[in-house]
Design a protein around this ligand. Structure first.
Ligand code: G4P
Length: 527
């Protein structure tokens, strides 16, 4: 194992941010990039969001696609670490990519709005993290605003998300009375100066909370309250242990305000030291260690280019082992075809640049003309397939109605290709061959319709269907054959001809699972 490779692996931190829209993901991202020197002015990341109110006009999304390639992966250096932040699109562009991106990270930061608590999208994204026991740090944001009581917020994480919390800092007041946070971990007081940036001068080391220093810094009443809070908190919650965090059992929680850049640096400093470097990954026949000399990686996302005349796309490759060297021959294990990426790009915050080398944990962009699929493994020749890059159940289903019978072929080809990109999932109803498109975000339908028309010349309409979930089903052959003929309405085939059960309600799904014990229902396409 080369020393250089080990050093490069150990200094990499590849993560994603999970949050509900408006919790502060963009603001936090921007602050992290500012620390990394990747951007110099506030507002650089915001430009993406600025148009979000206009995105009911989905043309905007098309325009944004260029920007979203650039912000899909934001790489930056901080204190000697190479940090790769993978974007998890929210708002209207929330889609399966958002889920799948989380299969390419080594850890995640969860941002919660302290005035709202745990919200729906956070919950969904966390479920994906839990499948892989992804370690999660929590940033309890917006403490400068009146919010819920900190204990209530921590209880909510435990109850709703099923994780043990470990507060690393504690807010002193909230909203108008907010004075700063006490870092339980570093035993220091970080004072909040409204409208001012956090600086070293605002940090007071307090080794003993009983000292009068504390009263002098925040006033007697607040000091009394803080002493009481810390006694309670340290008595109730466990001390941080790295192991439990790395197993995804415990989430360290930091209180702060992304907008005021408050408490962000403390979390980042903690993150670089404790968050995992690239980890070994499972394949269908062995575990691959990042320090193995031979290159391997997988495709987790495919992004079509803007220009409809050239159907070239960018495939996002997560490197799992070895060094990637530009121009070297790689094998696509699924097709056995050799590819030789000639202009691989690295993503450094808002710019893309062609690179000669990359290491485990890094994400590179490869130009593709339709040979790569999401989930593909690339190696130097070994026949292994990385696991854990499944499809997730869509939540909105619509039947495709072909509006131009002369363009049926184009329609089918377009649907297939767009679904390969991960824009949506395509199902075929078992009983009558109807094409059903499933997505996790409503806007995807407009995007598909638009792109089918402009890139494939095919016109279609979508008729709503009452389903809310697709479950992949397995059972011994004779049982499944019998079952699918009795359930004509709810049974469809996915793009790989696997049976799925389409459920109308959570309740009906649960009933079906109970009533059909011989059938296994899977919530992702990988089991
Ligand atoms: P998102 O990417 O998770 O959707 O959230 P984003 O960062 O865009 O933040 C959503 C809103 O919350 C923004 O306000 C942002 O300024 C605000 N915000 C983020 N962090 C904090 C914080 O620590 N304290 C307070 N008080 N507000 C915060 P907006 O009005 O929607 O947008 P803008 O006009 O400020 O850009």
């Amino acid at each position: 194992m080369s020393q250089e490779l080990t050093t490069e692996i150990n200094r990499r931190r590849t993560f994603g941010i999970i949050s509900h829209p408006d919790a502060g993901k963009t603001t936090l991202t921007e602050k992290l990039l500012l620390f990394g020197g990747a951007i110099v002015t506030a507002g650089a990341v915001k430009s993406k969001k600025a148009s979000r109110y206009a995105t009911s006009d989905f043309m905007e999304i098309e325009k944004q696609r260029g920007i979203s390639v650039a912000t899909s992966v934001m790489g930056f250096d901080y204190k000697g670490y190479k940090i790769n932040l993978l974007d998890t699109p929210g708002h209207e562009d929330f889609c399966e990519d958002t889920y799948r991106t989380l299969t390419a990270v080594d850890s995640a930061i969860m941002v919660i709005d302290s005035s709202k608590g745990v919200e729906a999208q956070t919950y969904k994204l966390l479920e994906v993290c839990k499948m892989r026991n992804t370690p999660i740090m929590t940033f309890m944001n917006k403490v400068d605003r009146e919010g819920h009581d900190p204990i209530y917020l921590l209880d909510e994480i435990e109850d709703k998300l099923g994780m043990t919390v470990c507060p690393m800092s504690w807010p002193i007041g909230m909203g108008k009375s907010f004075q700063g946070v006490y870092s339980i971990y570093e035993k220091s007081l970080i004072l909040f100066k409204a409208h001012g940036k956090q600086s070293e001068g605002n940090v007071v080391r307090i080794s003993d909370l009983n000292s009068t220093e504390l009263d002098n810094a925040i006033g007697e009443d607040a000091a009394k309250q803080l002493r009481h809070d810390i006694e309670l908190v340290t008595g109730v919650y466990p001390e941080f242990t790295l192991e439990e965090y790395l197993y995804g059992i415990v989430t360290p929680v930091f209180f702060g305000s992304a907008l005021n850049n408050f408490g962000v640096r403390e979390m980042l400093d903690f993150f670089i030291v404790h968050a995992p470097a690239p980890q070994p990954r499972d394949t269908d026949n062995r575990k691959v260690d990042p320090s193995e000399a031979k290159f391997s990686g997988f495709i987790f996302k495919i992004h079509a280019n803007m220009d409809p005349k050239h159907r070239d796309r960018i495939a996002f490759l997560r490197i799992c082992s070895g060094e990637f060297v530009r121009g070297e021959k790689l094998v696509n294990v699924r097709t056995k075809k050799i590819i030789r990426p000639s202009n691989p790009t690295a993503f450094m915050a808002s710019s893309k640049e062609i690179i000669d080398n990359a290491y485990p944990g890094d994400i590179i962009g490869i130009h593709d003309t339709g040979n790569l699929k999401i989930g593909d493994t690339l190696t130097m020749g070994e026949s292994i397939m990385f696991k854990g890059i499944p499809s997730f159940s869509p939540e909105i289903f619509k039947r495709v109605v072909n509006l131009d019978p002369l363009k049926t072929k184009q329609l089918h080809k377009g649907l297939e290709q767009l679904c390969e990109e991960g824009v949506a999932q395509l199902f075929t109803r078992h009983s009558n061959g109807d094409k059903i498109v499933g997505t996790v975000g409503a806007l995807q339908f407009e995007v598909i319709q638009f792109r089918l028309q402009h890139e494939y010349g095919a016109a279609c309409r979508f008729d709503p269907l009452p389903f809310i979930k697709a479950c992949w089903i397995t059972a011994p052959s004779e049982i499944i054959q019998k079952y699918v003929t009795t359930r004509t309405r709810e049974i469809a085939l996915d793009g790989e001809e696997r049976f799925v059960f389409l459920a109308e309600t959570q309740w009906s799904l649960e009933r079906e699972i109970k009533e059909q014990p011989q059938i296994k229902f899977h919530f992702t396409s990988e089991w």
